[in-house]
Design a protein around this ligand. Structure first.
Ligand SMILES: C[C@@](CO)(OP(=O)(O)O)[C@H](O)COP(=O)(O)OP(=O)(O)OC[C@H]1O[C@@H](n2ccc(N)nc2=O)[C@H](O)[C@@H]1O
Length: 160
C-alpha cells in the first residue's frame, strides 16, 4: 500500500547562528533560529515521513521544550524518523523537497544535502530530490526575514 506525506517548516533568520540546511553548513552572515540546529529542510522532510505514516509531527516527537534537543544536529532527528518508519513496516519510495530562501544560493550544496539525507535514511541518493527557489523578493522570505521548506514523500508497506 502506498502512502503520501507532506512536511512544511519555517525558521527566522537571526545573527550569531550558523546556517545549516540539509546537514550542510553554508557560509552566510545570518543563520536560522531554533531550539535545534534549525535545519529547516530536514525538519520538513522529517514531517513528511512522519505524516505519511500518520505518526504525528516533529514537535510531538522532539519537543522544543526538551533539553535533549537543544542545538541537536537535525540529521539525528531524521535518522530517528527513518527508524520509526522502518519499525512501522514502511519503505521510502521517494522524497521531493523545495527550499524557499532568497539568499544564499544553495545550488552548490544540493549534492551534499541529498547525500546526507539519503545516508540518514539508509536509502539511495537517487530517491532524494532537493530543489530551491527564491520568493522573488516577496513576503518574509523575500525580505530575508526567514526561510521555509516544503517536502513530500511516498512510502509503501514492505511486503513480508
Ligand atoms: C525541531 C524542533 C526540535 O525541538 O525545534 P526547532 O529546532 O524547530 O525549534 C521541534 O521538533 C520543532 O517542532 P515544530 O513542530 O517545528 O514546532 P512548532 O511549530 O512550534 O509546533 C510544536 C508543536 O505544537 C503543535 N502545534 C503547532 C501549532 C499550532 N497552532 N498548534 C499546535 O498544536 C504541533 O503539532 C507541534 O507538535
Amino acid at each position: 500500500m502506498m502512502r503520501a506525506g507532506i512536511g512544511i517548516d519555517v525558521h527566522q533568520f537571526v545573527d550569531n547562528r550558523k546556517l545549516i540546511v540539509g546537514g550542510v553548513e553554508i557560509p552566510h552572515h545570518k543563520g536560522l533560529k531554533g531550539h535545534s540546529d534549525a535545519d529547516v529542510l530536514l525538519h520538513a522532510i522529517s514531517d513528511a515521513l512522519l505524516g505519511a505514516a500518520a505518526l504525528g509531527d516533529i514537535g510531538k516527537h522532539f519537543p522544543d521544550t526538551s533539553p535533549e534537543f537543544k542545538d541537536i544536529d537535525s540529521q539525528i532527528l531524521l535518522r530517528h524518523v527513518g527508524k520509526l518508519i522502518d519499525t512501522e513496516g514502511y519503505r521510502i519510495v521517494n522524497i521531493d523537497s523545495m527550499l524557499l530562501m532568497e539568499r544564499p544560493k544553495i545550488a552548490p550544496y544540493i549534492t551534499d544535502m541529498r547525500r546526507n539525507i539519503a545516508a540518514c535514511l539508509d536509502i539511495d541518493t537517487s530517491l532524494v530530490s532537493v530543489k530551491a527557489t527564491t520568493n522573488e523578493k516577496l513576503g518574509y522570505i523575500g525580505r530575508e526575514e526567514g526561510a521555509a521548506a516544503h517536502a513530500i514523500c511516498m512510502i509503501e508497506t514492505r511486503e513480508c
